[in-house]
Write a protein that binds this ligand. Sequence first.
Ligand code: ADP
Ligand code: MG
Length: 898
Amino acid sequence: MAGYTPMMEQYLSVKATATDAILFFRLGDFYEMFFEDAITASRELEITLTGRGAGQEERIPMCGVPHHAAEGYIARLIDKGYKVAVCEQVEDPASAKGVVRREIVRIVTPGTVMDSKSVGDTSNNFIVGAAHQSGRFGIAACDLTTGELYVTSSSDSHETVKNILNVYRPSEAVGDEASIVAIQSDRNATARAILTTVRDEVDLTKLADQFPDEQWNSHELVRQQAVARLIAYLDETQKRSLTHLRSVKAYDSESFMSLDAFTRRNLELTETVRDRSRKGSLLSLLDRTRTAMGARLLKRWIDQPLLNRNEAERRLDAVEALNQDWIKRKELRDELGEVYDLERLAGRIAYGTANARDLNALKNSLKRIPAIQELCQTLDVVSLNALAERMDACSDIADAIERAIADEPPVTLKDGGIIRTGYDSKLDELREASQNGKQWIAELERQEREATGIKSLKIGFNKVFGYYLEVTRANVVHLPEGRYERKQTLANAERYVTPELKEKEALILEAEDRMFDLEYERFIALREEIAGQMARLQRLAESVAALDVLQAFAEASAERRYSRPSWTDGDGYDLTIEEGRHPVVESVNENGVFIANETTLTASEGAILLITGPNMAGKSTYMRQVAMICLMAQIGCFVPARRAVLPFVDRIFTRIGAADDLVGGQSTFMVEMKDIQVMTEQATKRSLIIIDELGRGTSTDEGMAIAQSVIEYVHNHIGCKALVSTHFHELAHLESSLSGLRNGCMAVKEGADGVTFLRKLVPGAADSSYGIYCAQLAGLPETIVSRAYTLLNEHSSFDTSGFNSIANSLVIKEVATATAYSEPVSQELGSQPVIPTNDAIQLSMFVDAAPSVKPAKPTVNDKLLDKLRKLDVMRMTPMQALEWLNDARNQLTESGDH
Ligand code: ADP
Ligand code: MG
């Protein structure tokens, strides 16, 4: 360091302790950055890069921001994934000898931002501590703004780690090498990058200090390590006591339904696929919460569906009671609407950033609790009563605030106006002295004038002598002897003091100097007293949040006509849904009506439904609605159906063909296959599987082969409920070889004016994908459309499936009548099996992936006649007709058939 100025040497030694952060170095009214930090910050913040002489020959790069604007700049750097170390002057520059002492007072990181503006009211900001040892992962997740701290552990699989992280979506993680690798493998799935810090060392002794009430011995070692690492990191960055982190919520990751990122995203649980917005997700649909903490809890409930039927029932009981009594629900909603974010308030109180208005907000919120408790009690449901009982209204805290804090205090803490009169006698005295000071002086002035008869006598003030009586030289002779003590002589006046004035002066000055300090002290004392009650406030916040979510479920269910689901008896896992709807599609379908559909996946009628049907028929919507209904039931909400009897599912898998992935480009065929692999490995009999357009990302033959073998695997080896859609209507033949599989299709009405999608699921298989029809609807030139039909016809003469495809699709069929629903739509299929379910043939399909499967070949004659019958003459150009004729003749001559 030789050669640098002393200040620069100080900078370098501070910087050495915070190498992974951008150092904001306080110099007077600015925070300055130097060297690499300056270059980075000037680029990211678009501020001017300058240079500074530092005792070296070359000037060093430097940039700076004014201290009063620092928070905004820091927030921007954090947003971009940096850490910022804030280094302050920690002694008074006036009294410092040499360079002012400076220290890092806090390190701001993405996971430890305390400013709720940048975090968002209705979302959490989690930082995760992680540990990996002996084949187990431990994960601790903490939101510093609310004081929540969860810890769990899982088996040694990156998959489960990812599924746990999906619940928290942390912005930052600290852990040992191995756990950080597991966390980083999640990059693809989480939208935001996770800032990671590797810390291999871990000190478990800290746990007892931070959590005096916790029995750490009873926690699994990886959990202890995860929490200890997290706490150590928070200590290191926050450099203050974390009094609001006093309790840990430990849970088994197996006690909630594990949802992989793909399923979460595909069902659009908390954000949409298209733009990752909250709007349009199940979360925003159900979010009728009145408090921010309720909104945050709702998200967690959606992210963690229950696997405990009793718990789900308890929630449903409460929702039902609230759902039925709309008057009480409304009253409750009104009360909750007056409750502020208790968790964040508590967090700020513990953190020492709460101001007097925050305390009043806390007080006003606490005052609502008794009414809320009473409403819960009168609703007379065990689960709501229990919730009410658990609530501690903390009236002592509310009273303490009421006694101390003025009704409308300012935001600032050091300018007075915070503490109520009557709270502190010393303060009252001071305030009175200060308020009455001017009057008292004015009064004294009047009395002195009267006593002395000097009209020009006045009382003044200066910093050196304090208060004084001033008399002009000419009037000095009129002053009585002895009463006045001369203090100062001016050109044409004399200044005096009296013992009485001195005494009062002391009071007035003290008042003016000390009043604000005392108010501040009293405020801090009160705030610390409340901070000591943190655990009570946090428990209350938890109960209020839960109640808020329950009423939100009730409100949404009432608005949208949801009904209470019931569970399949005993061990059975049949699923029956009557008039089921897709909650989100239904809600955006404002003008049009949403067509409700039935679903039965039962042991007797088959647990797998294979759905065929054209594009836009409603296949994806139908399948997702079944998944959504199961999920909603298991978070304790009513479901969009007239009646639903559901099994408790242990997991929901949704797998979507790559081409259907709207995120575009992210998901490749390989990713799709990996997802399928995970599914085959983890699905059990009790799972629900949704497979939509499987096998899209590869050639038709391969895709169809993969689709069929996956379906067979699900049927034969997993044996769970599954909804499978495919554009390979050729797969319909599986119904005859797999006993637990049924065909279904989305009904389509074909009329003279085209095809109408009825959005109604009917038994049987579709006979066409209507792909060309879709192209026509999309307005492709007529030449292309008719050429496509011609090509399709040509293929049809070889491809077995073609027998029915185009021709049937163009025959005007009325399948829309209600009676038709009980019959297979395409009865024609019955007499002409699409693909013979001959084992030998199926085998060949997989062994050498033959381009097409050929059944016993009909004679050329038959085929030609068939084609002729189905020929759509009206759609052909004269040239095409000629070509067709010529073709037909050639085929006849070649085959030698007559
Ligand atoms: P597919 O998967 O068969 O191509 P989708 O499920 O994507 O079809 O549905 C296409 C569109 O049809 C949806 O965006 C939705 O607007 C509408 N839709 C689907 N199902 C229904 C229904 N049951 N009632 C009304 N509209 C529906
Ligand atoms: Mg679809």
